[in-house]
Design a protein around this ligand. Structure first.
Ligand code: UDP
Length: 238
């Protein structure tokens, strides 16, 4: 299977279906970025972050923002929410008898998330877990090197998680590593996802913003600025 990449504001995004994304990254290993407009706006101000995104082995459109942006530019992609991709990778890891590690979130959150995952996937081989509130990553990186997990699920928020994974890449060249934002909070049962209908409509971001109004400052002015830049790219090019 080959990558078919479409471009938005200088960022390559894969056009895999959900199933193909799983199969591709399991065969290929490496860093998975689940991209959204806030990340693009952040990377526009931080060249190192932009390089990390463009060097990732797979970049999937996490939500409707990038999907709509690409539509404006004439490309059609399927949304692949990180949390769903992460869960599917966990099922696959159990099925393939692969080892997994979790890094991120508050310590009680990662503990509860792992507990719930264990009861859902009793045969999953979990070799390491650590909360996401550390000052120096070197001990965690060393432990991960020693354990050598096949999959590493990282939930530090963006861009922290992408920088952490890019550091891990040379240490774990044969692992699948994915940044999952707030997914551990959901898996721990601390945060509820939007109802399925809202998810299907692509409005989960709106639901999250309304249930956690402090997130508004993430969306404004980032989202309108992103849309304007996409329209500019469409009309006059980059
Ligand atoms: N987090 C962390 N370490 C930090 C900052 C955040 O582990 O230094 C965790 C936080 O507890 C939460 C996740 O990272 O579980 C970020 O969630 P958020 O909803 O902000 O992520 P998003 O999906 O919006 O990027």
């Amino acid at each position: 299977m080959e990558r078919n990449i479409v471009n938005i504001l200088g960022y390559g995004v894969d056009t895999f279906s959900f199933e193909d994304a799983i199969n591709y990254i399991i065969d290929r290993h490496g860093q998975v970025v689940t991209i959204n407009p806030e990340m693009i706006e952040c990377a526009n101000k931080d060249n190192n972050f932009k390089t990390i995104i463009n060097n990732a082995e797979m970049v999937v459109p996490d939500g409707i923002g990038v999907q709509v942006g690409l539509k404006i530019l004439g490309a059609s992609v399927k949304r692949i929410p990180g949390i769903d991709l992460g869960k599917a990778l966990l099922f696959r890891a159990e099925h393939l008898n692969k080892s997994v590690a979790f890094v991120g979130a508050k310590s009680e959150v990662v503990e509860n998330a792992v507990k719930n995952i264990k009861s859902e996937l009793p045969n999953l081989n979990i070799v390491y877990q650590h909360d996401g509130y550390f000052v120096d990553s070197s001990d965690i990186i060393n432990s991960l090197k020693e354990k050598g997990p096949d999959f590493v699920f990282v939930a530090l928020g963006s861009p922290k998680q992408e920088f952490f994974i890019s550091e891990l890449k040379s240490v774990l060249p044969n692992s699948v590593m994915i940044g999952l934002g707030g997914s551990f909070d959901v898996w721990a049962g601390m945060v509820k996802r939007a109802p399925k209908i809202i998810q299907r409509l692509g409005l989960e971001w709106l639901y999250r913003t309304l249930s956690e109004p402090s997130r508004i400052k993430r969306i404004f002015p980032t989202l309108p600025v992103f849309v304007l830049k996409v329209l500019k790219e469409r009309i006059i090019g980059r």
